[in-house]
Design a protein around this ligand. Structure first.
Ligand SMILES: [Zn+2]
Length: 185
């Protein structure tokens, strides 16, 4: 049976032991949006979608108290017997007008996976296509096997955030991710 690691970015002990890393934070009308929370919601949805496709799932973290040091996530996934690794993040930039989504990959073996994810996501999220990007210095992308890091959109951009927070969109985005991952495991 295929097993996929779902990695909601940031969270407890991500960078420093016992310190919660919220990732990018954006305050709008008195409400605080945290990347770690949104990524976790996506992670849990993706878990459900994958399991409904008879794919086993290993989560690097299930909630805000799970310790998940970023430098150990890829190894933990390998130790858990995972065949593929999908990391979920949101982008951030000083300029709130920055927008769109992108898929990062760590080596040439994963370029096709990244491109297929990018194309599948474009069809369902309607956000700006920022293209795939090679990043050979990202810890989780050192996973040995199919691996990608999805920047779902910009947390500080109103249009991106509206799409990302929409539950129907979240479901469609996770279905799209699962369909692509199934082709690479
Ligand atoms: Zn992040």
């Amino acid at each position: 049976m295929v097993k996929v690691c779902v990695d909601p970015g940031h969270g407890m002990s991500n960078r420093t032991h016992n310190v919660f890393d919220p990732g990018a934070v954006h305050v709008e009308d008195g409400f605080t949006f945290r990347e770690a929370d949104i990524a976790l919601k996506y992670g849990l949805t993706l878990k459900d979608v994958l399991r409904s496709r008879q794919v086993e799932v290993f989560m690097t973290r299930d909630d805000d108290t799970d310790h998940a040091p970023v430098g150990q996530r890829a190894r933990n996934a390998k130790d858990a017997g995972c065949d593929a690794f999908i990391s979920l993040h949101l982008n951030d930039f000083d300029d709130d007008n920055a927008n769109g989504f992108e898929v990062l990959y760590g080596n040439d073996d994963n370029k096709n996976l990244a491109q297929e994810l990018q194309t599948a996501l474009l069809a369902v999220n309607g956000l700006k296509d920022r293209k795939i990007k090679l990043r050979d210095n990202v810890a989780v992308l050192k996973f040995k096997g199919p691996a990608a890091l999805i920047e779902l959109g910009f947390i500080a951009n109103d249009d991106d955030r509206e799409v990302i927070l929409n539950p129907q969109k979240r479901q469609a985005i996770c279905e799209a991710i699962a369909a692509v991952v199934a082709n690479h495991t």
